[in-house]
Ligand binder design. Sequence first.
Ligand code: PEP
Ligand code: MG
Length: 587
Amino acid sequence: MTFSIHGLAVARGIAIGKAVLVASSRVDVAHYFIKPAQVEEELARITQARNAVMAEVQRLHQSVPKDAPPELPALLEVHMMLLQDELLADGVKHWVTDRLYNAEWALTSQLEVVARQFDDMEDAYLRERKGDLEQVVERLLRHMKGLPTSLPQPAGRKPSSARQQEQLLDESHDAPLVLVAHDLSPADMLQFKQSVFTGFVTDVGGKTSHTAIVARSLDIPAVVGARSASHLVQQDDWVIIDGDAGVIIVDPSPFILAEYVFKQRQAELERERLVHLRHTPAVTLDGQSIHLLANIELPEDTQLAVEMGAVGVGLFRSEFLFMGRDGKLPNEEEQYQAYKRAVEGMQGLPVTIRSVDVGADKPLDRTVKEQAHLNPALGLRAIRWSLADPGMFLSQLRAILRAAAHGQVNLLIPMLGHAKEIKQTLHWLAHARAQLEKKSIPYGPLRVGAMIEVPAAALSLPLFLKHFDFLSVGTNDLIQYTLAIDRADEQVAHLYDPLHPAILHLLADTIAQGAAAGKEVALCGEMAGDPALTRLLIGLGLRYFSMHPTQILRVKQEVLRCDAQRLAPWAQFVMQAEDPAAEMLLR
Ligand code: PEP
Ligand code: MG
């Protein structure tokens, strides 16, 4: 039966494919297709893991002390039984043989199927055995990864259907796949850059959460904040992800499917048409040059940035080099090599590297959660985190200074709010320079900029303009902190409003004061990449826009239609309106 689920549109386009449900705790499991010739080898890996885990559980069972609680041997017996369970083994074999999934992916896919069947059981005791099944699969996965096979905590699970198991068995492996998960961290999402998935859905997350930002950079249709999608969608359901409307259509009828296939084709044609604008300079009708820069997460993203005609990198979120490494930070040399690759990748165009901005919804590691009773968005994040660990900060600064010997590099500091933070930051920068000098290590000149993303900064512009060469407005956070709306919380997403008059005033003021001081002001939040806002931002005087490379051509198309001079009075009018969004629609 067809039904739809509504969430938040984060990455444009239409994806049509079969759902792959991935438990949030297992998104770091590798997902790739194997070749038909590798099937036997892949099945052998699973058998080998199963035998090894079985032997270990048997050993544990035999060594249970006599005075141990009776539940303990019983639990191990359940695990042994599950390891030999045919439903698990046959299902896994199906995913590998018929779908050509790699062993780990096959295991987790079958876990999802069987777990739902456990959920449907009437008997509470049997229902609870799902946790055991999860632990068994976890042990197998850990064995395959070469990790100790201790028992982790089970994840919560979802309802199920029996029809699904039958359906699974007669499908071919070449259908496009879309990923459905309760939650994905930004680092998880990044891992999917080279993945087999053509679309993403998550239950949680706001439009400018970092997970959504990375999804947007993948240029794959994505919907976040879809509440209970991972409960309602079943493994292998056909789904349509409408990334423009933020809607997921499950089990579409042939009529709806045809409609969306048509829409998908239209979007592809639009994309092909825009490619012709790649080398067209972004100049308004009245001759104003607009600088369209790229936001990147990894040095390799520079390739797409250049392809899309970016005139530089306006924001390299360096924290992605720090994530998903089990808390082990990249050293100076690793960072230097990464920054150098980005600089070289931009072929002489400027690269703005932001010092590490972890914390809030960007934990270094998925397992490292801040204390639940604290508010991480107001905690030790971004520059506060760097200043709290000068050794780490210095090594990043030295790496950036060294990369500047290879091209034009700007350093951007996130989340500054206080004069003393500015002083400390500049002090450590001078210190890093002196350290390199002392060791005669080559380094280059840096322009240093500050992000304006805390209202306190937007209200202390003379201080920032005095100490920095340029400013970059981080509207994602500026909106979050000005409106007191958690950017990652879908429950308050309707109040997260880039067009709130307070935001527009802070933005306009920053642009105007920057211009008066002769300093460049860029915007690198998600607003910069929204073509619906291009006219307004140009009217407010913005000339430097930094966005995902995939958004550049759409924004450029708007730029080419703008008359900056004529837009200026209109933008002032919109900003003064009680409801700027409504005012924009009237135009
Ligand atoms: C912002 O806050 O607007 C920004 C660009 O930084 P981030 O999204 O990484 O917090
Ligand atoms: Mg920010």
